[in-house]
Design a protein around this ligand. Structure first.
Ligand code: GLY
Length: 383
């Protein structure tokens, strides 16, 4: 059985897939997005930090320029999404405060600050009292911190809903169906095989299935994206809108571990996250919930009175260098928009704009060149 052909078949209805679908549909392409459980993957559990400075990681400097560029596009991207849909995405340009719990944590924060400064990033060292002047709910024992005004956040689930509305408003369609595999004829992808056996012919297939992107059958070994699942457990709490417990995102180094607290405008609070290499396991464990709450309470004792609403686990798609895979793969007709690791929301604007542009014009914007899937060819990964 063949169904009506489409210009672009997008595998995966997380924010990457929907963002690409929106931009491609805006450019006049016929777009079909396929996902058996739309929006239930990493996009559903993510915190939504747009935090290239506090999340900068040693050894991952190569991707920093793209992170900063994508963060810079967020205000306009959010405004455009809200204008297209009439929905709010909760973008908050409120800055981030990273704090240290004990003396060793303060040293590791000082190292991070030196690293940030060496990269020309904007972060200001604050004494304990100055941290508490910014965030009075912090525990008095907090040793000191870094104020990063440029690290922001977006509310994740409303953003996902707005992307779906925007993509559909631009003409894309979402089919809640499982993709059996990519169909290859000669040496190019020509569509996808659906779970019911039907063929959906497509000029281009976009693989945006997060951690599952490496397991789609039919893709020749050299074009399989080298992604692995990196589990993150995360909590959602709720408190009063006023007075707000926190005015900005607070991150902490706590006895060598790390925790973040992301306050939404209406009193909800996201507390995350573990980083675990456990395969495709999404079990929520007592130990992780305990440790996240323990560390959050050490920094902000008032968290104790909030309602615990949700504990969940998601799978970040990590890659060998933890930078995303954006652009054409080694298989003609197959384009990748995956491997976003900890930065799916941060990288949404460059992913949507860049892959949308490539689909419409055949030209990949220069800023995506360092993220080409071809960088792993010949390194024995993905085969
Ligand atoms: N970027 C937040 C996380 O991956 O937990």
């Amino acid at each position: 059985v063949r169904t009506h052909p489409t210009d672009v078949a997008v595998i995966g209805a997380g924010v990457a897939g929907l963002g690409v679908a929106w931009r491609a549909a805006q450019r006049g392409l016929a777009v079909t997005v396929l996902d058996p459980a739309p929006g239930s993957g990493a996009s559903h559990v993510a915190a939504g930090m747009i935090a290239p400075v506090t999340e900068v990681a040693y050894g991952e400097e190569a991707v920093l320029g793209v992170h900063l560029a994508s963060a810079g596009r967020w205000p306009r991207f959010a405004a455009e999404l809200e204008e297209a849909t009439g929905m709010s995405v909760g973008y908050r340009a409120h800055g981030t405060l990273a704090v240290a719990f004990d003396a060793d944590d303060l040293r590791s924060l000082a190292d991070l600050h030196a690293f940030q400064r060496s990269l020309g990033l904007d972060a200001e060292a604050l004494a304990s009292r100055e941290c508490r002047d910014l965030e009075p709910a912090l525990a008095p024992g907090v040793r000191g911190g870094l104020h990063v005004p440029g690290d922001h956040q977006v509310d994740t689930r409303p953003t996902w809903a707005a992307l779906l509305a925007a993509a559909e408003g631009a003409g894309a369609s979402l089919r809640p169906e499982r993709v059996e595999g990519v169909v290859v004829e000669g040496d190019r992808a020509v569509g996808v095989r659906l779970g019911d056996g039907a063929l959906l012919p497509a000029t281009t297939v976009v693989l945006a299935a997060g951690s599952w992107s490496g397991g789609i059958i039919g893709v020749p070994p050299e074009a399989v994206p080298p992604v692995r699942p990196v589990k993150g457990q995360i909590l959602r709490l709720r408190g009063p809108e006023r007075p707000a417990l926190l005015g900005r995102t607070v991150r902490g180094v706590v006895a060598g571990g790390s925790v973040y607290l992301v306050p939404r405008a209406d009193g909800r609070l996201v507390v995350g996250a573990t980083v675990e290499e456990q395969g495709f396991d999404t079990t929520v464990t007592a130990e992780a919930v305990y440790e996240l709450l323990r560390d959050a309470l050490r920094l902000v004792p008032g968290v104790a009175t909030l309602e615990l609403v949700e504990a969940s686990a998601g799978l970040r798609p990590g890659t060998p260098d933890n930078a995303p895979l954006l652009g054409p793969s080694l298989l003609d007709g197959l384009v990748l928009a995956t491997g976003h690791y900890r930065h799916g929301f941060l990288l949404l604007p460059v992913t949507a704009d860049g892959i949308g542009e490539y689909l419409a014009s055949g030209v990949l914007p220069d800023d995506l060149a360092p993220l080409s899937p071809h960088r792993f060819v010949g390194h024995g990964v993905g085969a």
